[in-house]
Structure formats: C-alpha cells, structure tokens
Design a binder for this molecule. Sequence first.
Ligand SMILES: Nc1nc2c(c(=O)[nH]1)N=C([C@H](O)[C@H](O)COP(=O)(O)OP(=O)(O)OP(=O)(O)O)CN2
Ligand SMILES: [Zn+2]
Length: 148
Amino acid sequence: MLQQIYPSVQHDYCYELNKDFHFAAAHYIPSDDAGKCRLTHGHTYFANVTVAGGELDDSGFLVNFAIIKQLIHNRFDHTLLNEDTDSFDNGISHRFPTTEVVARVIHDLVQTHLDSLPNRPQCLQVFLRETPTSYCIYRPKRKGKGND
Ligand SMILES: Nc1nc2c(c(=O)[nH]1)N=C([C@H](O)[C@H](O)COP(=O)(O)OP(=O)(O)OP(=O)(O)O)CN2
Ligand SMILES: [Zn+2]
C-alpha cells in the first residue's frame, strides 16, 4: 500500500480517522478533449477517505475502517466504471468517470452510509490518486462553514 502524508482538512470534531485502500478499474472519458483517455484503459486507484465526528458508536468506532473499504472496493474493483450507470453517465460531463467525479462519487457513497449511523460521522475529504502523477481531492461543502 502506498504510504504518504495527505493534505489535512480543518475541522473542530474530536475524532478523525483516515482509511487508505486501492482498487483496480478501467474507464474511458467520452470527450473529444480527452485525447488518449477516450480509449478504454485501466488504473490502480489509491484512495484516502477522511471521516470525522464527535461521538463513537457502541464498538468505540467512529465508523468501522473495514466498511469504508468494502463500500467502495466491492463496488468498483475490477469493473469498467462507465458501466456503473448509477454513478456515471457518458452523456453528462459532470458524471463522466474522471478523477474528480470518481472522488465525488466515493464521497457520496461513504456519506450515504455514514448518514445511517446513529453517531452521524461526516466524510470531510476524499483523496484519489489515479496515476503516479495525477490525483484529485474532493471536499464537500459544509453547512455552517460559509458554504451554504
Ligand atoms: N482533470 C482531469 N484530467 C485528466 C483526467 C481526469 O480524470 N481529470 N484523466 C485523464 C486520463 O484518464 C489519464 O488516465 C490520466 O492522465 P495523465 O495524468 O495525463 O496520465 P499520464 O500517465 O500520461 O501522465 P504523465 O504524467 O504525462 O505520465 C487525463 N486528464
Ligand atoms: Zn484514466
């Protein structure tokens, strides 16, 4: 597993956890501007998900690390991302499986799970590395932080 220091996100929560995981997936970018990336090709994506909150659950967890990985790995590992039409859409640019959009989709899948937990943790950041030289960070707008 790639080890690195990730950019931190400012917050006032007592607890913050980070989960690293990776998954292999293929994609293509259906845009004339995408050059060679218009063709189907694969990556080993490295993700770091940041979750924060003020309360732990009955196991002493903010959220189980394993669940964070399973949510994403079970869904996308060894898939063609473009075929996951619940997450991506080849006809709408802001739903093409770019690094930016995949990072946002990972956030949304994680946050949907977190919203089902009684202690209501928040996913504050998704760091997603697509290649050795390219990565994206997605941070959702946060209510009460001047963004809403
Ligand atoms: N803003 C974005 N730009 C590009 C994306 C993207 O998702 N968001 N994606 C691609 C391609 O899918 C490609 O997989 C990654 O491109 P790139 O970093 O250029 O890949 P290289 O390995 O060729 O990079 P080098 O540093 O030149 O070796 C393209 N752009
Ligand atoms: Zn690519």
